[in-house]
Design a protein around this ligand. Structure first.
Ligand code: LIP
Length: 307
């Protein structure tokens, strides 16, 4: 069914401003929360595993975001990490897709790499994203057709795209995630080895920073060349994916996906994600062809598994 509401260019502009305002307020809540994290009063609970954690501040931050956005944009859908249930359905309507604290483990440890991530989906595709790390005061934003920015003024990528001819030249973002048993952990270890070892691709380095949303933003900035993870959810990646794409990044999913750069429902909900930064093309290969080749080479190198 087509969406009941058409989002005009002006609507989208105002939505972006709203998201920025709400993300900054959410960042204040996160900063208050972080002062409790290394104390005895920290209230930390486990979700699917002993390394899948949630704090009362994740819930408080989501409540604030939801209240503010529902007031400003009544009738929009809302998908949030802390309120999501199996009954939550993605529709064509404008929908906020929110991770109140992405990088909860970092947040708990006062490792300053956690953020609020707010995306707007329209017809099941991300059109606007804001990711804010209040601990480093870095706000990333992107809007379809209008580019991506750091702190609203610095266009991404931060520097003109450089070539990236092979995986061996890449700095790669990977994550251990919260599934650490059975085939999942075996596949992760085998994949990291195949990427890092001299007998494998011997990439420049692997980085595990603990936040999917910020990993996309690092790729958007040009600081990470590639980020790959299996196991995230739409709220982890919706905002980051549009920010990366608007910065010239190539966003894709599972090995059997079309690798056409379209961020559709299948990709969003597929739980398998890869993104390559903007690269300079060459005489023999366009920038898009290079990004697609790198994605295919990468996915042929790592071990696929079901999250
Ligand atoms: C986290 C992701 C991270 C992943 C973790 C977790 P959270 O999100 O951003 O990339 O490896 O398992 O899902 O739980 O901090 O919102």
């Amino acid at each position: 069914m087509p969406p009941s509401r058409v989002l005009t260019d002006q609507d989208q502009h105002e939505l972006l401003q709203s998201l920025i305002e709400v993300a900054r307020k959410a960042g204040e809540v996160m900063q208050t929360g972080s002062t409790h994290m290394l104390t005895a009063s920290a209230n930390i609970a486990q979700k699917a595993s002993a390394v899948d954690l949630v704090t009362e501040w994740d819930v408080k931050t989501e409540d604030l975001i939801r209240t503010e956005l529902e007031k400003a944009w009544p009738g929009f859908g809302f998908i949030g990490e802390e309120s999501y249930t199996d009954e939550t359905k993605l529709t064509n309507e404008p929908t906020f897709c929110v991770d109140p604290i992405d990088g909860t483990t970092n947040f708990i440890h006062s490792f300053p790499f956690a953020c609020v991530s707010i995306g707007v989906l329209y017809e099941k595709q991300p059109i606007i994203g804001v990711v804010f790390n209040p601990f480093l005061n870095q706000l990333y934003s992107g809007r379809v057709g209008h580019g991506s920015f750091l702190n609203e003024t610095r266009r991404l990528p931060l520097y003109p795209p450089r070539p990236l001819t092979s995986l061996s030249e890449a700095l790669v973002g990977i994550e251990w995630g919260s599934k650490r048993t059975g085939p999942a952990i075996e596949a992760k270890i085998a994949s990291f080895k195949a990427l890092a070892a001299q007998e494998g691709k011997m990439v420049h380095g692997l980085r595990s920073m603990g936040s999917a949303a910020l990993n996309y933003c690092l790729v958007a900035s040009g600081s990470l060349d590639i980020y790959w993870e299996i196991g995230c959810w739409p709220w982890d990646i919706s905002a980051g994916a549009i920010i990366a794409q608007e910065a010239g990044g190539f966003v894709s999913g599972a090995p059997n996906s079309p690798h056409d750069g379209v961020i559709d429902e299948k990709l969003l909900t597929g739980r398998k994600y890869i993104v390559v930064r903007a690269v300079a093309g060459s005489e023999s290969e366009s920038s898009l062809q290079c990004q697609q080749r790198l994605v295919k080479d990468f996915l042929a190198t790592v071990v696929d598994y079901e999250p």
